[in-house]
Design a protein around this ligand. Sequence first.
Ligand code: 9EZ
Length: 528
Amino acid sequence: MAPVSIKTVLISESVDPRCRTLLEANGIHVTEKPSMKKEELLAEIKDYDGLVVRSATKVTADVIDAASKLKIIGRAGTGVDNVDVDAATKRGIIVMNTPNGNSISAAELTCALLMSLSRNVPQAVMSMRDGKWDRKKFMGTELYGKALGIVGLGRIGKEVATRMQSFGMRTIGYDPITAPEVSAGWGVEQMDLEQLWPQCDYITVHTPLLPSTVGLLNDESFAKCKNGVKVVNCARGGIIDEAALLRALESGRCGGAALDVFVEEPPKDRSLVNHPNVLSCPHLGASTTEAQARCGEDIALQMVDMVKGKKLVGAVNAQVLASAFSEDCHQVSRLGQAVGAVLQSCNTSKKPFSRVQVTTQGDCMKSSAGYMTASVLMGLLKQPGCCPNLVNVLRLAEESGVTVTHGHCPSGDLAGGVCRVQVTASGCSYRASGSLQGGAPVLLELCDSVFRQPVSLTGKLLFCRAPAAPQLLSSVAGLLATEGIEVESYSAPAARSGDGWCCVGLSSLLGDLSALKPLVKEAAQLAI
Ligand code: 9EZ
């Protein structure tokens, strides 16, 4: 993939100073403007290639639409809740976060809340402040020997498990991705949620917020829990259904809850926050000096690695791009774009494509099938003012109603891989196949014409369909000469009867292709 060029970055919040230092050390010009008003951000953002935010900047669709140069939005933190990822993807802007930097801090807060729930520390503090000495009211229980259910066993779930094991807790859990053998390695026995709920004295959730995790703890699951179960949510608001939690607290089914996150932040409905058995925090999971420093550093390092073309880490909307992150991939991608561009030029009707079929051939293209298709679409859908990239092209193709299929045929005996593309637009079909020679894209075939020599896909190219005739080149060259255009190369199809496509390399593009009408049946030109 082509390296993304980032020369200017706006940091719109107070992010750890290491972020700026690292970006600047890598030749990026950084502007820090914390606490801008929305209108100021709208006016400012147009000048930047990159934007770094924490949580306060709301990167909404109107901000993204005002950001004419923006290529990347980096969030120093876990998740991208304050970024309209859909709007960014549409515009081909990469959205990145730092999924790891907060893990220890989130795990430690979870442990602090588990301990607070067992010993009523916050309530005792408040009562002392009130001038009281109430020792009976705050009788607690030990964590030692109790079962902790950990729902979600990613990095944070794991760190919570190993810490609470040192308190003598039995750690059990569930995760659809982490294998039971893996979690067993750090002392967590996995089981189905159905089996998990009735065994837990404490439950803590560490999942992303997904349709499958909204209300993971609801009336139904609370009903399966031990009476008096205590729950913690330091992950995302809504994983524990708030209304169901309030009902469980009222009935005593739930003996206490600690919440760092809410469906609405700050929560307008204060019934949970004000409940005597609820401990709440204003989303403090990542609020440590160390987590902020790590996230500020991580987002800068990830951006720099991306700009240098080293690797793509933490991007949430660039699946295809991430799989195409090396120099080899860049060449493959250029081949796809070039073949796509040839077929776009041939589609003289300029009607939208209804169908695109991409086939990669040869072992060396096997792993490229995904981004080859995306690259071909980039070439096919490129227009003045609309230059799709690997972030947005699949979505653009989908929106414009193209049926895209891709396949791979192994065929190991070919020296280099081949990319074959067939497109259909307003009932007409065109085919082209290309390959890489010395790392540069070449065209092997166009429709039924196989070129005698592979055609280098660079510069200004004119493709003509005409009956095989010895005088074709001289008559086309003559016409071009009257326009002051020189023929730099000529590629003829292998001998055949009937019409064939030839390719003429030009010193400059022809102003009006219709001048060629008397000489050829079809003509198309492009600059690559
Ligand atoms: C879902 C999950 C964990 C979970 C965790 C991750 C995609 N996904 N889903 C239900 N990373 C526990 C229960």
